[in-house]
Write a protein that binds this ligand. Structure first.
Ligand SMILES: Cc1cc2nc3c(=O)[nH]c(=O)nc-3n(C[C@H](O)[C@H](O)[C@H](O)COP(=O)(O)O)c2cc1C
Length: 187
């Protein structure tokens, strides 16, 4: 069976981001399940804000880099923080660039998960992100929903979850998403 090509993106830019820690665990689960996983660090990539005039001059190099990788991807993993009840501007901007013609996302599979320091665990951010992703034509499984609440106490010093149930739930989400991608022939 073909090895699945997975792209991992974290919506938080900061170095000590809880979502970055969460994404590393998700990447390991996907790699252990046999996928090829590539993370793009949005701070390093430094995509310009989407601007139609810039696009009209041709996609900037950083945008091309992400779009080239997305073209051959089967699955996208999105770790999202919750900013004012939504996803982050950085992640939305990356998705906006990927959604432009020729479109890189329709018929591919994605999943979302997220961590907040508060009690919502990104439930509102994930709902917004799911709406945005559905509009791009990405396909997502509805469940399980992985919410990391009180992220300040959710990780051990060696960057694992303090609660094993959280790991089991993320593993179920990633493994089901990879299986779903293998089963989908949408476009
Ligand atoms: C602009 C801004 C808005 C935020 N809004 C929310 C929010 O709506 N809900 C929430 O639970 N946490 C909110 N937070 C707190 C974040 O959950 C917290 O900063 C978290 O650590 C961000 O993720 P990161 O650790 O991956 O950077 C907000 C933080 C910022 C900077």
């Amino acid at each position: 069976m073909k090895k699945l090509n997975v792209i991992a993106l974290c919506g938080s830019l900061r170095k000590d981001s809880y979502n970055r820690k969460l994404l590393q665990i998700a990447k390991k689960i996907a790699t252990d399940a046999g996928a090829d996983v590539t993370e793009f660090d949005l701070r390093e990539l430094n995509l310009p804000m989407y601007d139609g005039d810039v696009e009209a001059q041709g996609f900037p190099e950083s945008v091309q880099k992400l779009r080239r990788a997305a073209e051959s991807a089967d699955v996208f993993l999105f770790a999202t923080p919750e900013y004012n009840a939504s996803t982050s501007g950085a992640l939305k901007n990356a998705i906006d660039w990927l959604s432009r013609a020729p479109k890189m996302l329709p018929g591919k599979v994605a999943t979302v998960f997220g961590a907040t320091t508060g009690m919502s665990g990104t439930v509102r951010g994930q709902m917004h992100l799911r709406e945005i992703l559905a509009d791009t034509g990405l396909l997502l499984l509805p469940k399980p929903v992985v919410l990391i609440r009180f992220a300040g106490t959710a990780f051990t010093p060696d960057e694992q979850f303090t609660d094993q149930k959280t790991h089991a739930s993320l593993k179920e989400l990633i493994e089901k998403t990879l299986k779903f991608s293998g089963a989908v022939h949408y476009t």
